[in-house]
Design a protein around this ligand. Structure first.
Ligand SMILES: Nc1nc2c(c(=O)[nH]1)N[C@H]1C(S)=C(S)[C@@H](COP(=O)(O)O)O[C@H]1N2
Ligand SMILES: [Mo]
Length: 380
C-alpha cells in the first residue's frame, strides 16, 4: 500500500503510520520453510513496492509502537514533557493541575487494550488497528481526588492539538479556534478500566500516539482515546464538540414499535468484529491468523469458514484479555491448489454474532463490522 492509498482510507483525516516507512525493513518473523500466502482481494502493490504486507501484520500479539497506526485530525502538537500540565476543573471541589512527575507518582495501572479506528473497512482491509500494553494511572481515582460535585454529568477531555474551525448553526457561521476534544458520561468515566496512559509497550508514550499522556477508553473505538491530554473539564451539560456531535456520528434506522426511526449516535463502544489478516504455509499446513474486537463483553467463539464448508472453531490466544484484541488461529490442513475464500465470525457470550453483511439501515461510514471474505490462491 502506498501512502496515497492509505490516505484515502479516511479521506479527510491525516493518517500516518510508521509501518509505511518501515515496510521494507520490518519483515515477518517466519520459520525457515514458512511462507506468507498473499491475499488476492487487495489492490496490487505498486511496481517496486515491497510485497503485500497488510497492517496489522499479526505476527505478534502486541503491535510494536513504530508499527502501530496513527490517526490525527490536526498537526501533531509539540508538547514539552518537562513543563506539560494536566488541568482538572469545572464541577469539582478541588481544581488542580498535575505535572508528568505528579501523574507518575499516582497509583500505577496497566491495561492491555486493542482498538480500531471506526473508519476501518473491509474494502481497505482494516489497516487501522493495533494492540498494546498501556500504563498510567486510573482516571476514576483522579476524579475521586478532585471530588465530583453532585451536579456533574459529563467529563470532557481536551487535547493540546487545535485548529481553526468553521462552525455553522442555524444560519450563523463562526470561525473559531478549537481543541480536539471528546467526552464521557460520569458513569463511563468512573469505570475502573479507564486509564490516563503515559507508557505504551513499556516505553514512554511516543509523541505520535499522544505523548506525554493520553486517555485510553478500553472497549471503545479509537476516537475515544484522546491524545495529548491537556484539560479535563467536568460539566452538567452534554458536550457537543466537533468529534462528538458533528463528526464520528452514525446515522442508523432502528425499528421502534413497527416504525423505522432514524437517529444519530456518537461513535462509542466497538461493535463485535473479527477479520483474517494473515495466512502462512508450511508444507501442507496453512495457518490462518486474525483478530476479533469487542466492547469487553466476553467471547464465546471465533469461527472460520473455508469456501462453502462448515463454520469451524478457532484457537484463541492465551494472551487475550478482556480489552485486548482477541487473536485467533486456525489450522487449515492440506488445502487444494487453486482459489479459496476464507471468512471469520465472532460470537459473544450473549449469543450475538458478527453480521454477515453491512447493516442496510446504517447510512454513514463509521462502525463497519460485517464479515470480511478474504481470497487467496494456493499454488500447485
Ligand atoms: N488529540 C487527538 N486525539 C485523538 C485524535 C486526534 O486527532 N487528536 N484522533 C483519534 C482517532 S480518530 C483515533 S482512531 C485514535 C488513534 O490513536 P493512535 O494514533 O494512537 O493509533 O486517536 C484518537 N485520538
Ligand atoms: Mo479514528
Amino acid at each position: 500500500m502506498t501512502a496515497v492509498t492509505r490516505r484515502e482510507v479516511l479521506r479527510d483525516l491525516a493518517v500516518t503510520t510508521a509501518a509505511l516507512s518501515a515496510a521494507g525493513v520490518a519483515w515477518p518473523v517466519l520459520a525457515q520453510d514458512e511462507v506468507v500466502i498473499p491475499f488476492t482481494d487487495l489492490p496490487a502493490a505498486a511496481p517496486g513496492a515491497p510485497p503485500q504486507r497488510m497492517p496489522p501484520s499479526l505476527q505478534t500479539f502486541y503491535t510494536p509502537n513504530d508499527e502501530f497506526f496513527a490517526v490525527q485530525h490536526y498537526a501533531v502538537p509539540a508538547v514539552d514533557v518537562a513543563t506539560h500540565r494536566l488541568q482538572i476543573g469545572g464541577l469539582i471541589d478541588r481544581p488542580f493541575e498535575l505535572s508528568m512527575d505528579d501523574l507518575r507518582k499516582r497509583p500505577r495501572m496497566e491495561q492491555v487494550v486493542g482498538f480500531e479506528c471506526s473508519g476501518n473497512n473491509n474494502a481497505r482491509a482494516n489497516p487501522l488497528v493495533g494492540n498494546a500494553r498501556w500504563a498510567g494511572t486510573g482516571l476514576a481515582g483522579l476524579l475521586r481526588a478532585a471530588g465530583l460535585k453532585s451536579t456533574a454529568k459529563e467529563i470532557v477531555f481536551f487535547s493540546a492539538d487545535r485548529n481553526s474551525e468553521e462552525v455553522s448553526h442555524g444560519g450563523n457561521v463562526a470561525t473559531v479556534d478549537q481543541h480536539f476534544a471528546r467526552s464521557l458520561s460520569v458513569d463511563d468515566a468512573m469505570r475502573p478500566e479507564m486509564l490516563l496512559a503515559y507508557e505504551m509497550n513499556g516505553a514512554p508514550l511516543p509523541p505520535g500516539h499522544g505523548g506525554p499522556v493520553r486517555l485510553i477508553v478500553p472497549g471503545w473505538y479509537g476516537v475515544a482515546n484522546v491524545k495529548w491530554l491537556q484539560r479535563i473539564h467536568v460539566q452538567d451539560t452534554r458536550f457537543m464538540g466537533k468529534f462528538m456531535a458533528r463528526e464520528y456520528v452514525t446515522l442508523r434506522g432502528t425499528d421502534m414499535a413497527g416504525e423505522t426511526i432514524w437517529a444519530e449516535t456518537s461513535v462509542a463502544r466497538m461493535r463485535l468484529k473479527s477479520f483474517i489478516g494473515r495466512v502462512t504455509r508450511r508444507g501442507s499446513i496453512c495457518t490462518i491468523t486474525g483478530v476479533a474486537l469487542t466492547d469487553g463483553t466476553p467471547l464465546k467463539a471465533v469461527e472460520v469458514r473455508v469456501d462453502d464448508g462448515q463454520w469451524k472453531p478457532t484457537t484463541l490466544s492465551k494472551e487475550n484479555t478482556q480489552y485486548s484484541w482477541k487473536m485467533f488461529t486456525y489450522t487449515w490442513q492440506d488445502p487444494h491448489p487453486g482459489e479459496h475464500r476464507l471468512v471469520s465470525r465472532v460470537i459473544d457470550m450473549n449469543g450475538a454474532i458478527q453480521p454477515e453483511a453491512a447493516d442496510p439501515n446504517k447510512k454513514t461510514r463509521w462502525e463497519n463490522n460485517e464479515q470480511f471474505v478474504r481470497r487467496l490462491v494456493i499454488p500447485s
